[in-house]
Design a protein around this ligand. Structure first.
Ligand code: SAH
Length: 204
């Protein structure tokens, strides 16, 4: 197990991510707890894996890239759209964030919530709901991360972003590749940075 984690971290480092906080979280969160039991031997491979209901857990490199791009500090509030397995939420919690995460598929929401409670993550707050509307109650967020791709950026997410906050979101057509955007709110205006091409499941 340990060797697999080391290999996973080496691959991420080789692709240019060396941030100790991000790598430390990836090292501490056991990815095999977040994939179906029959796939646990492939849990640390650098590719997405199916988690049921037509959904996937993102590939470790992409998790690292998006986490880094959020530029969060301990204690920050972060909103995630697409809880899925709960892995990305666990990485953010491990780094000291207060995590609010929305999932639209009831079975995935229930499984992820039970898993995160069992693993002892008290600073992750799960809710069943549609990410298009965000989660107004705890806004504004220093960071928002979408792990499913809408065709356009939902306006609510921009509204719920703090001044200076970062929104990391894949945007593009339902069938095909998307562009991963980093959107920074600066003095009420939006600065958009293209982080490259990605392939996420579409927003439901
Ligand atoms: N972050 C997840 C990966 C999730 S895959 C992990 O670490 O495992 C994307 C998830 O987004 C799926 O679980 C999917 O059901 C969810 N999703 C898709 N559209 C959504 C929407 N409109 N609102 C909330 N969740 C959505």
């Amino acid at each position: 197990m340990k060797d697999e984690v080391t290999a996973m971290l080496d691959l991420i480092r080789a692709r240019g991510i060396c941030d100790p906080a991000v790598l430390g979280a990836l090292e501490r969160v056991p990815r095999r707890h977040f994939v179906p039991p029959d796939l646990d031997r492939r849990a640390c491979g650098d590719y997405p894996l199916p988690i049921g209901h037509g959904q996937t857990i993102s590939q470790p490199y992409i998790v690292a890239l998006m986490t880094l791009a959020l530029e969060l500090e301990r204690g920050d509030r972060v909103l995630e759209i697409g809880t899925g397995s709960g892995y990305q939420a666990a990485i953010l919690a491990e780094m000291g964030m207060e995590v609010y995460t929305l999932e639209v598929v009831p079975a995935l929401y229930e499984e992820a919530q039970a898993r995160l409670v069992a693993l002892g993550y008290t600073q992750i707050h799960c809710r069943l709901g549609d990410g298009h509307a965000g989660w107004l109650e705890y806004a504004p967020y220093q960071g928002i991360i979408a792990t499913a791709a809408p065709e356009e950026i939902p306006p609510s997410l921009v509204e719920q972003l703090a001044e200076g906050g970062r929104l990391i979101i894949p945007v593009g057509p339902r069938n095909g590749y998307q562009t991963l955007w980093k959107v920074i709110k600066v003095a009420g205006r939006l600065v958009k940075i293209d982080l490259g091409g990605v392939a996420f499941v579409p927003f439901v």
